[in-house]
Design a protein around this ligand. Structure first.
Ligand SMILES: [Zn+2]
Length: 403
C-alpha cells in the first residue's frame, strides 16, 4: 500500500464516524460533508492541481488545463448512507489521487488533462434521491425539482446548500464541462460477492441493473391497543407486513431483488393501533420488464392485503434509474489495459458513472469485497485488494492519458 493512500485514508477515517458502531454519517451538505469536501480541496492543492467546485456542488481537481477537452476523469463520492461503511465512495476518490501519485513517481508524462471528481450527494441519504450532483450535471434532474427536495426535518436542498455556502440558484445542466471529458472511470468497492466467488481482486463493470424506489402509504384507523377488539380494527401494519412477505416471494421467483428497508409509523405508539404505515420499497432486476412485473406484483399484493384489513394503500414511485449498459469501447479498453485478466460483471447498485454513461464514455472498476457487505459499518476490503485497485486504476490512467 502506497504511503499516500495510507495517509489519505487515515485523514478521512474519523470524519463523520460514529465511535460506537464505526458507521459513517456523511450526509450531503452537513458538517461531516463539509469536512470531507475540505479534505478533497486540500488533496487537490497539495498536488498542485487546480481546484474547482462546479455549479452543482461537485468538486474537481484538475491536472493540466481545466478548460482543455478530451480529459480523463477519475473519481467517485465521499458522502455515505446512514451508518455506512468506509469504502463505498471514498475508496474511489482516494484511489484516484493515489493512482496519479503512482504515475508521477514513475515519471509518467501526461498527454491528456486529468481530473478527479467528488460528486455531491451520491447516496441520496438525506434528500431521498441518489446521484443528485451527477444527475443535475447531465440534465437528468430539473433544478427546480432538486431545490425542492426535502430532508426528514423539512429542510429543502436549496436551504441546505445555501447554508453550506453553495448557491442553489446556480444548479443546472453542465454540458460544456461534461463535453470536455473524453472518458470517466469510477473505481468502487464491489457491493456483492461476485469477485470473491471467482477469486479475483478486480473486475470491470458491464451494466447496472434498472432500479427504483417506491413509497407505499397504508392508511387505517388509530385506536387503543388494549380496548379495540381484533375484529374491529383497521390495522395498516397487517397489510404492510403481508406486503413485505409478498415482495420477498415475488423477488425470489423473478430472480430479482425487493427490499423494504425503511418504514415510518403513525402515531408510532407501543399501545396504539397505527393509523399510517409508510414503507419504502427498493427494487432491482436485470432488465426493465422483470422489474416492472415485480413491482406490479408487489402493488397488487399490497392492494389485496389492504382491502382485506379494511385499510387503503397508495403507491408513489419516488425515483427510477433505467438499465445502464457501459459502452463497450471504454469497457473493452479497460480490460485490455488490465491484460484481459479481469472478469466483466453487472451490478445491482447505482453509481455516478451510470448516470454519466448516457452523456460521456464511462466505465467502472470494482475492488473485491470479501463478504459482499456494503451500506454497513462491516463493509470491508483487504489492504492487498485496495493496493491492486490503485495499481489497476494507475494502469488504466497510464494507458488512457500518458504518452
Ligand atoms: Zn458508492
Amino acid at each position: 500500500m502506497s504511503a499516500s493512500f495510507h495517509e489519505m485514508w487515515a485523514d478521512l477515517r474519523p470524519i463523520g464516524r460514529d465511535g460506537g458502531t464505526g458507521g459513517y454519517h456523511r450526509y450531503a451538505w452537513t458538517g461531516a460533508d463539509a469536512d470531507c469536501r475540505a479534505w478533497f480541496r486540500a488533496q487537490a492543492t497539495a498536488r498542485g492541481m487546480t481546484y474547482e467546485t462546479d455549479r452543482n456542488g461537485n468538486q474537481w481537481a484538475h491536472l493540466g488545463d481545466p478548460t482543455a477537452g478530451d480529459a480523463v476523469a477519475l473519481g467517485s463520492h465521499l458522502d455515505s448512507v446512514p451508518s455506512g461503511g468506509a469504502f463505498d465512495g471514498p475508496l474511489g476518490v482516494v484511489s484516484s489521487f493515489a493512482a496519479i501519485d503512482e504515475l508521477r513517481r514513475k515519471g509518467a508524462e501526461f498527454t491528456r488533462p486529468v481530473r478527479v471528481a467528488n460528486f455531491s450527494d451520491e447516496e441520496g441519504a438525506r434528500f431521498g434521491l441518489a446521484c443528485v450532483g451527477s444527475r443535475l450535471a447531465a440534465g437528468a434532474l430539473a433544478p427546480d425539482a432538486a431545490r425542492a427536495l426535502r430532508d426528514a426535518d423539512g429542510t429543502t436542498l436549496a436551504a441546505a446548500m445555501e447554508r453550506a455556502g453553495q448557491d442553489p440558484e446556480a444548479l443546472g445542466p453542465d454540458p460544456e464541462r461534461l463535453a470536455r471529458i473524453g472518458a470517466f472511470v469510477e473505481l468502487h468497492i464491489e457491493q456483492g460477492r461476485a469477485l470473491d466467488l471467482t477469486g479475483d481482486r478486480i473486475g470491470v463493470a458491464s451494466a447496472i441493473w434498472p432500479h427504483g424506489r417506491w413509497r407505499f402509504d397504508f392508511r387505517g384507523e388509530a385506536n387503543h391497543a388494549g380496548t379495540t377488539r381484533l375484529e374491529d380494527r383497521r390495522d395498516p401494519m397487517l397489510a404492510y407486513a403481508a406486503t413485505v412477505l409478498a415482495a420477498r416471494r415475488a423477488a425470489a421467483s423473478a430472480g430479482a431483488l425487493a427490499t423494504f428497508g425503511k418504514v415510518a409509523v403513525e402515531p408510532n405508539g407501543v399501545n396504539a393501533v397505527p393509523s399510517l404505515v409508510r414503507g419504502w420499497l427498493d427494487s432491482r432486476a436485470a432488465d426493465h420488464t422483470t422489474l416492472e412485473a415485480l413491482v406490479t406484483a408487489v402493488e397488487q399484493a399490497a392492494s389485496e392485503s389492504a382491502a382485506q384489513e379494511g385499510t387503503t394503500v397508495d403507491v408513489v414511485r419516488e425515483s427510477f434509474s433505467p438499465e445502464v449498459s457501459f459502452g463497450a469501447g471504454l469497457r473493452d479498453t479497460l480490460v485490455e489495459l488490465l491484460n484481459g485478466a479481469v472478469p466483466v460483471l453487472p451490478t445491482g447498485a447505482g453509481h455516478d458513472a451510470g448516470i454519466l454513461s448516457g452523456t460521456l464514455p464511462s466505465a467502472m472498476l470494482f475492488v473485491r469485497n470479501p463478504t459482499g457487505t456494503s451500506h454497513s459499518p462491516a463493509e470491508n476490503a483487504a489492504e492487498d485488494d485496495c493496493t491492486a485497485g490503485v495499481t489497476a486504476l494507475a494502469d488504466v490512467l497510464e494507458g488512457l492519458a500518458c504518452a
